[in-house]
Design a binder for this molecule. Structure first.
Ligand SMILES: C[S@@+](CC[C@H](N)C(=O)[O-])C[C@H]1O[C@@H](n2cnc3c(N)ncnc32)[C@H](O)[C@@H]1O
Length: 429
Protein backbone atom coordinates (compact mmCIF):
# COMPACT_ATOMS: atom_id res chain seq x y z
CA UNK A 1 0.00 0.00 0.00
CA UNK A 2 1.58 3.28 -1.01
CA UNK A 3 1.42 6.24 1.30
CA UNK A 4 0.20 8.52 -1.47
CA UNK A 5 -2.97 6.51 -2.32
CA UNK A 6 -5.96 7.65 -0.34
CA UNK A 7 -7.07 4.84 1.92
CA UNK A 8 -10.77 4.34 2.41
CA UNK A 9 -12.04 4.64 5.91
CA UNK A 10 -11.98 1.13 7.35
CA UNK A 11 -14.17 -0.09 10.16
CA UNK A 12 -13.70 0.55 13.83
CA UNK A 13 -11.92 -2.80 14.48
CA UNK A 14 -9.04 -1.78 12.15
CA UNK A 15 -8.67 1.57 13.93
CA UNK A 16 -8.95 -0.02 17.35
CA UNK A 17 -6.20 -2.43 16.34
CA UNK A 18 -4.10 0.51 15.09
CA UNK A 19 -4.56 2.16 18.48
CA UNK A 20 -3.37 -0.99 20.29
CA UNK A 21 -0.48 -1.38 17.87
CA UNK A 22 0.65 2.24 18.25
CA UNK A 23 0.47 1.95 22.04
CA UNK A 24 2.48 -1.31 21.96
CA UNK A 25 5.05 0.09 19.50
CA UNK A 26 5.71 3.10 21.71
CA UNK A 27 5.96 1.03 24.87
CA UNK A 28 9.56 0.25 25.63
CA UNK A 29 10.70 -3.11 24.22
CA UNK A 30 7.50 -3.79 22.28
CA UNK A 31 8.63 -2.80 18.82
CA UNK A 32 6.61 -2.76 15.66
CA UNK A 33 7.58 -6.37 14.83
CA UNK A 34 6.35 -7.69 18.15
CA UNK A 35 3.36 -5.35 17.92
CA UNK A 36 2.41 -6.90 14.58
CA UNK A 37 1.66 -10.16 16.33
CA UNK A 38 -0.74 -8.29 18.61
CA UNK A 39 -3.94 -10.36 19.09
CA UNK A 40 -6.09 -7.39 18.03
CA UNK A 41 -4.32 -7.38 14.69
CA UNK A 42 -4.44 -11.13 14.10
CA UNK A 43 -8.23 -11.09 14.31
CA UNK A 44 -8.47 -8.68 11.34
CA UNK A 45 -9.05 -9.37 7.64
CA UNK A 46 -5.82 -8.95 5.60
CA UNK A 47 -7.05 -5.63 4.14
CA UNK A 48 -7.87 -4.20 7.57
CA UNK A 49 -4.56 -5.47 8.94
CA UNK A 50 -2.69 -3.72 6.11
CA UNK A 51 -4.60 -0.53 6.84
CA UNK A 52 -3.86 -0.68 10.59
CA UNK A 53 -0.17 -1.25 9.89
CA UNK A 54 0.01 1.57 7.29
CA UNK A 55 -1.75 3.95 9.66
CA UNK A 56 0.61 3.20 12.55
CA UNK A 57 3.71 3.51 10.37
CA UNK A 58 2.45 6.81 8.91
CA UNK A 59 1.83 8.09 12.45
CA UNK A 60 5.25 7.02 13.72
CA UNK A 61 7.09 8.44 10.68
CA UNK A 62 5.72 11.93 11.46
CA UNK A 63 5.22 11.65 15.20
CA UNK A 64 7.41 14.69 15.97
CA UNK A 65 5.52 17.12 13.68
CA UNK A 66 2.16 15.57 14.65
CA UNK A 67 2.88 16.08 18.34
CA UNK A 68 4.04 19.66 17.74
CA UNK A 69 0.74 20.44 16.01
CA UNK A 70 -1.29 18.77 18.75
CA UNK A 71 0.62 20.56 21.50
CA UNK A 72 -0.20 23.89 19.86
CA UNK A 73 -3.91 22.98 20.04
CA UNK A 74 -4.11 21.49 23.53
CA UNK A 75 -4.00 23.59 26.68
CA UNK A 76 -2.96 20.51 28.71
CA UNK A 77 -2.13 16.94 27.76
CA UNK A 78 -5.13 14.58 27.89
CA UNK A 79 -4.73 10.88 28.80
CA UNK A 80 -2.27 8.76 26.79
CA UNK A 81 -5.10 6.98 25.01
CA UNK A 82 -6.71 10.22 23.85
CA UNK A 83 -3.30 11.45 22.66
CA UNK A 84 -2.90 8.24 20.60
CA UNK A 85 -6.39 8.69 19.12
CA UNK A 86 -5.55 12.27 18.13
CA UNK A 87 -2.20 11.20 16.63
CA UNK A 88 -3.93 8.55 14.52
CA UNK A 89 -6.59 11.04 13.46
CA UNK A 90 -3.99 13.58 12.29
CA UNK A 91 -2.02 10.90 10.40
CA UNK A 92 -5.15 9.64 8.68
CA UNK A 93 -6.31 13.07 7.59
CA UNK A 94 -3.00 14.67 6.65
CA UNK A 95 -0.61 11.82 5.80
CA UNK A 96 -2.73 8.97 4.42
CA UNK A 97 -5.24 11.25 2.74
CA UNK A 98 -8.38 9.81 4.35
CA UNK A 99 -11.19 12.33 3.70
CA UNK A 100 -11.11 14.74 6.65
CA UNK A 101 -14.72 14.13 7.76
CA UNK A 102 -14.10 10.36 7.88
CA UNK A 103 -10.82 10.78 9.81
CA UNK A 104 -12.55 13.00 12.38
CA UNK A 105 -15.63 10.78 12.69
CA UNK A 106 -13.64 7.59 13.18
CA UNK A 107 -11.36 9.23 15.77
CA UNK A 108 -14.47 10.36 17.68
CA UNK A 109 -15.86 6.78 17.40
CA UNK A 110 -12.62 5.42 18.84
CA UNK A 111 -12.86 7.78 21.80
CA UNK A 112 -16.55 6.92 22.29
CA UNK A 113 -15.73 3.18 22.32
CA UNK A 114 -13.57 3.50 25.45
CA UNK A 115 -15.25 4.45 28.76
CA UNK A 116 -12.19 6.43 29.97
CA UNK A 117 -11.83 8.42 26.72
CA UNK A 118 -15.56 8.94 26.11
CA UNK A 119 -15.80 12.17 28.14
CA UNK A 120 -13.14 13.68 25.85
CA UNK A 121 -14.72 12.81 22.51
CA UNK A 122 -15.83 16.44 22.18
CA UNK A 123 -12.19 17.52 22.54
CA UNK A 124 -11.09 14.99 19.88
CA UNK A 125 -13.77 16.34 17.56
CA UNK A 126 -12.87 19.99 18.18
CA UNK A 127 -9.10 19.55 17.80
CA UNK A 128 -9.30 17.52 14.59
CA UNK A 129 -12.03 19.67 13.05
CA UNK A 130 -9.97 22.77 13.81
CA UNK A 131 -6.99 21.25 12.02
CA UNK A 132 -9.01 20.40 8.91
CA UNK A 133 -9.59 24.12 8.45
CA UNK A 134 -5.82 24.82 8.31
CA UNK A 135 -4.11 21.54 7.28
CA UNK A 136 -0.67 21.27 8.93
CA UNK A 137 2.47 20.59 6.82
CA UNK A 138 4.07 17.86 9.04
CA UNK A 139 7.36 17.94 7.12
CA UNK A 140 9.81 20.02 9.18
CA UNK A 141 13.04 17.95 9.51
CA UNK A 142 13.88 19.78 12.75
CA UNK A 143 10.80 18.20 14.36
CA UNK A 144 11.12 14.66 12.92
CA UNK A 145 13.34 13.06 15.58
CA UNK A 146 12.95 13.12 19.38
CA UNK A 147 14.84 16.23 20.55
CA UNK A 148 17.42 14.30 22.61
CA UNK A 149 18.38 12.11 19.64
CA UNK A 150 18.45 15.04 17.23
CA UNK A 151 20.75 16.90 19.61
CA UNK A 152 23.05 13.86 19.72
CA UNK A 153 23.19 13.63 15.91
CA UNK A 154 23.95 17.35 15.61
CA UNK A 155 26.75 17.00 18.15
CA UNK A 156 28.18 13.89 16.45
CA UNK A 157 27.77 14.70 12.75
CA UNK A 158 27.03 18.45 12.47
CA UNK A 159 23.92 20.37 11.52
CA UNK A 160 23.73 19.43 7.82
CA UNK A 161 24.05 15.65 8.30
CA UNK A 162 21.69 15.66 11.28
CA UNK A 163 19.02 17.42 9.21
CA UNK A 164 19.59 15.08 6.27
CA UNK A 165 19.23 12.05 8.58
CA UNK A 166 16.07 13.47 10.14
CA UNK A 167 14.57 14.20 6.72
CA UNK A 168 14.69 10.43 5.98
CA UNK A 169 12.40 9.62 8.91
CA UNK A 170 9.22 10.52 7.01
CA UNK A 171 10.20 8.49 3.93
CA UNK A 172 8.66 5.10 3.23
CA UNK A 173 11.52 2.74 2.31
CA UNK A 174 11.60 0.31 -0.60
CA UNK A 175 12.51 -3.31 0.12
CA UNK A 176 16.07 -4.50 -0.60
CA UNK A 177 17.04 -8.12 -1.15
CA UNK A 178 20.34 -10.02 -1.16
CA UNK A 179 20.89 -12.77 -3.71
CA UNK A 180 22.00 -16.26 -2.84
CA UNK A 181 23.89 -16.46 -6.16
CA UNK A 182 25.17 -13.18 -7.68
CA UNK A 183 24.93 -14.81 -11.15
CA UNK A 184 21.14 -14.77 -10.67
CA UNK A 185 21.06 -10.94 -10.52
CA UNK A 186 19.55 -10.17 -13.93
CA UNK A 187 16.80 -12.78 -13.72
CA UNK A 188 15.81 -11.86 -10.16
CA UNK A 189 15.95 -8.13 -10.92
CA UNK A 190 13.53 -8.65 -13.82
CA UNK A 191 11.10 -10.77 -11.79
CA UNK A 192 11.12 -8.39 -8.79
CA UNK A 193 11.08 -5.17 -10.88
CA UNK A 194 14.28 -4.27 -9.08
CA UNK A 195 17.27 -2.02 -9.63
CA UNK A 196 20.79 -3.18 -8.83
CA UNK A 197 22.56 -1.32 -6.02
CA UNK A 198 26.33 -0.99 -5.51
CA UNK A 199 27.60 -4.19 -3.87
CA UNK A 200 24.97 -6.44 -5.47
CA UNK A 201 21.81 -5.85 -3.41
CA UNK A 202 18.60 -5.36 -5.40
CA UNK A 203 15.98 -2.71 -4.59
CA UNK A 204 12.51 -3.85 -5.61
CA UNK A 205 9.51 -1.76 -6.56
CA UNK A 206 7.18 -4.52 -5.30
CA UNK A 207 5.08 -3.97 -2.18
CA UNK A 208 3.04 -6.25 0.04
CA UNK A 209 3.49 -9.85 1.11
CA UNK A 210 7.16 -10.74 0.53
CA UNK A 211 6.61 -14.51 0.73
CA UNK A 212 4.42 -14.30 -2.39
CA UNK A 213 7.14 -12.66 -4.54
CA UNK A 214 8.85 -14.75 -7.25
CA UNK A 215 11.87 -16.67 -6.01
CA UNK A 216 11.13 -16.36 -2.26
CA UNK A 217 9.91 -19.92 -1.74
CA UNK A 218 12.86 -21.26 -3.79
CA UNK A 219 15.26 -19.34 -1.56
CA UNK A 220 16.89 -17.38 -4.39
CA UNK A 221 17.08 -14.23 -2.20
CA UNK A 222 16.26 -12.88 1.25
CA UNK A 223 15.14 -9.47 2.47
CA UNK A 224 18.08 -7.43 3.78
CA UNK A 225 18.58 -3.68 3.78
CA UNK A 226 21.34 -2.42 1.46
CA UNK A 227 23.37 -1.20 4.45
CA UNK A 228 22.86 -4.40 6.47
CA UNK A 229 24.40 -6.38 3.60
CA UNK A 230 27.70 -4.46 3.74
CA UNK A 231 29.37 -5.75 6.97
CA UNK A 232 29.48 -9.44 5.97
CA UNK A 233 30.98 -8.50 2.56
CA UNK A 234 33.86 -6.75 4.35
CA UNK A 235 35.10 -10.15 5.57
CA UNK A 236 35.60 -11.37 1.94
CA UNK A 237 35.34 -14.96 3.16
CA UNK A 238 36.65 -17.84 1.08
CA UNK A 239 35.24 -21.34 0.81
CA UNK A 240 38.01 -22.96 2.84
CA UNK A 241 37.54 -20.60 5.77
CA UNK A 242 35.80 -20.92 9.11
CA UNK A 243 33.62 -17.99 10.20
CA UNK A 244 31.85 -17.21 13.46
CA UNK A 245 28.72 -15.05 13.23
CA UNK A 246 28.52 -14.17 16.89
CA UNK A 247 25.12 -12.44 17.13
CA UNK A 248 23.48 -14.16 14.21
CA UNK A 249 19.69 -14.05 14.49
CA UNK A 250 17.55 -13.64 12.42
CA UNK A 251 20.37 -14.57 10.08
CA UNK A 252 20.71 -12.23 7.09
CA UNK A 253 24.48 -12.07 7.51
CA UNK A 254 24.77 -15.80 8.27
CA UNK A 255 23.10 -16.48 4.90
CA UNK A 256 25.56 -14.15 3.13
CA UNK A 257 28.57 -15.88 4.71
CA UNK A 258 27.18 -19.36 3.98
CA UNK A 259 26.32 -18.36 0.40
CA UNK A 260 29.96 -17.28 -0.04
CA UNK A 261 30.90 -20.89 0.74
CA UNK A 262 32.44 -20.44 4.19
CA UNK A 263 31.97 -22.93 7.04
CA UNK A 264 29.77 -20.80 9.28
CA UNK A 265 29.00 -21.11 12.98
CA UNK A 266 25.95 -19.00 13.82
CA UNK A 267 25.70 -18.16 17.51
CA UNK A 268 22.96 -16.22 19.26
CA UNK A 269 21.72 -15.92 22.83
CA UNK A 270 18.09 -16.20 21.82
CA UNK A 271 16.89 -19.71 20.96
CA UNK A 272 13.60 -18.22 19.77
CA UNK A 273 15.31 -15.87 17.31
CA UNK A 274 17.62 -18.69 16.16
CA UNK A 275 14.56 -20.54 14.83
CA UNK A 276 14.42 -17.80 12.17
CA UNK A 277 18.05 -18.58 11.26
CA UNK A 278 17.25 -22.26 10.86
CA UNK A 279 14.14 -21.49 8.78
CA UNK A 280 16.11 -19.11 6.56
CA UNK A 281 18.87 -21.66 6.08
CA UNK A 282 16.26 -24.30 5.20
CA UNK A 283 14.49 -22.10 2.67
CA UNK A 284 17.71 -21.07 0.93
CA UNK A 285 19.29 -24.55 1.04
CA UNK A 286 22.36 -23.13 2.80
CA UNK A 287 24.05 -24.66 5.82
CA UNK A 288 25.60 -23.43 9.04
CA UNK A 289 26.22 -24.79 12.53
CA UNK A 290 23.59 -23.09 14.72
CA UNK A 291 24.32 -22.68 18.45
CA UNK A 292 22.22 -21.06 21.18
CA UNK A 293 24.62 -19.54 23.72
CA UNK A 294 25.59 -16.29 25.38
CA UNK A 295 28.65 -15.18 23.40
CA UNK A 296 30.30 -13.63 26.45
CA UNK A 297 30.42 -17.00 28.25
CA UNK A 298 30.30 -19.48 25.34
CA UNK A 299 32.05 -22.61 26.49
CA UNK A 300 34.03 -23.55 23.35
CA UNK A 301 37.74 -23.18 22.60
CA UNK A 302 37.64 -22.85 18.79
CA UNK A 303 39.17 -19.91 16.97
CA UNK A 304 38.08 -18.79 13.50
CA UNK A 305 39.60 -17.29 10.34
CA UNK A 306 36.99 -14.55 10.50
CA UNK A 307 34.50 -13.32 13.09
CA UNK A 308 31.50 -11.08 12.52
CA UNK A 309 30.11 -9.26 15.55
CA UNK A 310 26.86 -7.57 14.50
CA UNK A 311 26.15 -6.47 18.01
CA UNK A 312 22.85 -5.79 19.77
CA UNK A 313 22.35 -2.02 19.77
CA UNK A 314 19.85 0.79 20.11
CA UNK A 315 19.00 0.25 16.40
CA UNK A 316 18.45 3.97 15.84
CA UNK A 317 19.75 3.47 12.28
CA UNK A 318 16.77 1.27 11.39
CA UNK A 319 14.12 3.98 11.75
CA UNK A 320 13.10 3.75 8.08
CA UNK A 321 11.45 0.38 8.71
CA UNK A 322 11.08 0.69 12.48
CA UNK A 323 10.23 4.33 13.22
CA UNK A 324 9.16 3.21 16.71
CA UNK A 325 12.83 2.74 17.72
CA UNK A 326 13.29 6.50 17.79
CA UNK A 327 10.44 7.03 20.22
CA UNK A 328 10.89 3.94 22.39
CA UNK A 329 14.68 4.39 22.89
CA UNK A 330 15.95 6.06 26.06
CA UNK A 331 19.33 7.74 26.64
CA UNK A 332 20.12 5.10 29.29
CA UNK A 333 19.71 2.33 26.65
CA UNK A 334 22.74 3.62 24.77
CA UNK A 335 24.92 3.42 27.88
CA UNK A 336 23.80 -0.08 28.89
CA UNK A 337 24.11 -1.43 25.33
CA UNK A 338 27.58 0.12 25.04
CA UNK A 339 28.66 -1.86 28.12
CA UNK A 340 27.37 -5.11 26.56
CA UNK A 341 29.02 -4.31 23.21
CA UNK A 342 32.34 -3.86 24.94
CA UNK A 343 32.09 -7.32 26.58
CA UNK A 344 31.01 -8.86 23.26
CA UNK A 345 33.95 -7.26 21.43
CA UNK A 346 36.38 -8.76 23.95
CA UNK A 347 34.72 -12.16 23.48
CA UNK A 348 34.84 -11.78 19.67
CA UNK A 349 38.54 -10.84 19.77
CA UNK A 350 39.36 -14.05 21.68
CA UNK A 351 37.79 -16.12 18.87
CA UNK A 352 39.94 -14.71 16.04
CA UNK A 353 42.93 -16.81 14.88
CA UNK A 354 46.31 -15.14 14.56
CA UNK A 355 46.25 -13.16 11.29
CA UNK A 356 42.47 -13.45 11.15
CA UNK A 357 39.96 -10.62 10.84
CA UNK A 358 37.05 -9.28 12.82
CA UNK A 359 34.22 -7.10 11.54
CA UNK A 360 32.29 -5.14 14.16
CA UNK A 361 28.98 -3.58 13.11
CA UNK A 362 25.93 -1.96 14.67
CA UNK A 363 22.74 -0.58 13.09
CA UNK A 364 22.99 2.40 15.44
CA UNK A 365 23.71 6.05 14.70
CA UNK A 366 25.17 6.62 18.15
CA UNK A 367 28.98 7.04 18.32
CA UNK A 368 29.18 5.34 21.75
CA UNK A 369 28.04 2.12 20.06
CA UNK A 370 30.34 2.49 17.04
CA UNK A 371 33.46 4.66 16.87
CA UNK A 372 33.94 4.71 20.66
CA UNK A 373 33.63 0.91 20.95
CA UNK A 374 36.31 0.23 18.38
CA UNK A 375 38.66 2.92 19.73
CA UNK A 376 38.38 1.50 23.26
CA UNK A 377 38.83 -2.10 22.03
CA UNK A 378 41.98 -1.17 20.07
CA UNK A 379 43.48 0.61 23.04
CA UNK A 380 42.94 -2.35 25.40
CA UNK A 381 43.76 -5.07 22.80
CA UNK A 382 47.08 -4.16 21.17
CA UNK A 383 47.23 -7.33 19.02
CA UNK A 384 44.43 -5.90 16.83
CA UNK A 385 44.69 -3.03 14.38
CA UNK A 386 42.15 -1.35 12.15
CA UNK A 387 42.27 -2.63 8.56
CA UNK A 388 40.95 0.26 6.46
CA UNK A 389 38.01 -0.38 4.16
CA UNK A 390 38.69 0.71 0.56
CA UNK A 391 36.46 3.29 -1.16
CA UNK A 392 33.30 1.60 -2.41
CA UNK A 393 34.24 -1.76 -0.85
CA UNK A 394 31.26 -4.01 -0.17
CA UNK A 395 28.98 -1.48 -1.88
CA UNK A 396 29.50 1.14 0.83
CA UNK A 397 28.55 4.68 -0.25
CA UNK A 398 31.66 6.86 -0.69
CA UNK A 399 30.28 9.42 1.76
CA UNK A 400 30.29 6.75 4.49
CA UNK A 401 34.04 6.14 4.52
CA UNK A 402 35.76 7.81 7.50
CA UNK A 403 39.39 9.00 7.45
CA UNK A 404 40.41 6.00 9.65
CA UNK A 405 38.93 3.51 7.13
CA UNK A 406 35.80 2.59 9.12
CA UNK A 407 32.27 3.16 7.81
CA UNK A 408 29.70 5.54 9.27
CA UNK A 409 26.73 4.93 6.96
CA UNK A 410 24.01 7.55 7.30
CA UNK A 411 20.49 7.00 5.96
CA UNK A 412 20.79 9.71 3.28
CA UNK A 413 24.03 8.34 1.80
CA UNK A 414 22.15 6.49 -0.96
CA UNK A 415 19.32 7.93 -3.11
CA UNK A 416 16.13 6.39 -1.72
CA UNK A 417 17.86 5.84 1.62
CA UNK A 418 19.48 2.95 3.47
CA UNK A 419 19.80 2.02 7.13
CA UNK A 420 22.28 3.81 9.37
CA UNK A 421 25.22 1.56 10.30
CA UNK A 422 28.70 1.68 11.74
CA UNK A 423 31.20 -0.95 10.57
CA UNK A 424 34.91 -1.45 11.10
CA UNK A 425 37.32 -4.22 10.07
CA UNK A 426 40.11 -5.25 12.43
CA UNK A 427 42.99 -7.67 11.92
CA UNK A 428 44.80 -9.69 14.55
CA UNK A 429 48.57 -9.58 14.32
C1 LIG B 1 21.55 -6.82 15.62
S1 LIG B 1 20.91 -8.38 16.02
C2 LIG B 1 21.78 -9.42 14.90
C3 LIG B 1 21.23 -9.39 13.49
C4 LIG B 1 21.87 -10.46 12.61
N1 LIG B 1 23.31 -10.36 12.58
C5 LIG B 1 21.35 -10.44 11.19
O1 LIG B 1 22.03 -9.94 10.29
O2 LIG B 1 20.26 -10.95 10.95
C6 LIG B 1 21.70 -8.73 17.55
C7 LIG B 1 21.52 -10.14 18.06
O3 LIG B 1 22.37 -10.29 19.20
C8 LIG B 1 21.81 -11.27 20.04
N2 LIG B 1 22.48 -11.16 21.34
C9 LIG B 1 22.32 -10.22 22.30
N3 LIG B 1 23.17 -10.47 23.33
C10 LIG B 1 23.87 -11.57 23.02
C11 LIG B 1 24.87 -12.32 23.69
N4 LIG B 1 25.33 -11.97 24.90
N5 LIG B 1 25.36 -13.43 23.08
C12 LIG B 1 24.91 -13.79 21.85
N6 LIG B 1 23.94 -13.12 21.19
C13 LIG B 1 23.44 -12.02 21.76
C14 LIG B 1 20.34 -10.94 20.01
O4 LIG B 1 19.57 -12.07 20.38
C15 LIG B 1 20.13 -10.52 18.56
O5 LIG B 1 19.64 -11.60 17.79
Amino acid sequence: MSQSEPIDAQGLPARAAALDLLTAALAKRAGIDEGLTHPALNALEPRDRAFARALVLATLRRLGPIDAVLQSRLAKAPSDRVVQILRLGVAQAFVLGTPAHAAVATAVDLAAADPHSRPLKGLVNAVLRGLTREPPALDDPDLMAPPWLYARWRAAFGEADARAIAAQIAEEPATDVTLKDPADAQAVAASLEAEALPGGSLRTALRGEVSAWPGFAEGRWWVQDAAAAIPARLLSVESTETVLDMCAAPGGKTLQLAAAGARVTALDRSAGRLKRVTENLGRTGLSAEVIAADATSWNDRRRFDAVLLDAPCSATGTFRRHPDVLWAARPSDVASLAALQSRLLDAAGRRVKEGGRLVYSVCSLEPEEGEAQVAAFLSRTPEFRLEPIAPGEGGAPEASLRPDGALRIQPHHLPGGLDGFYAARLRRA
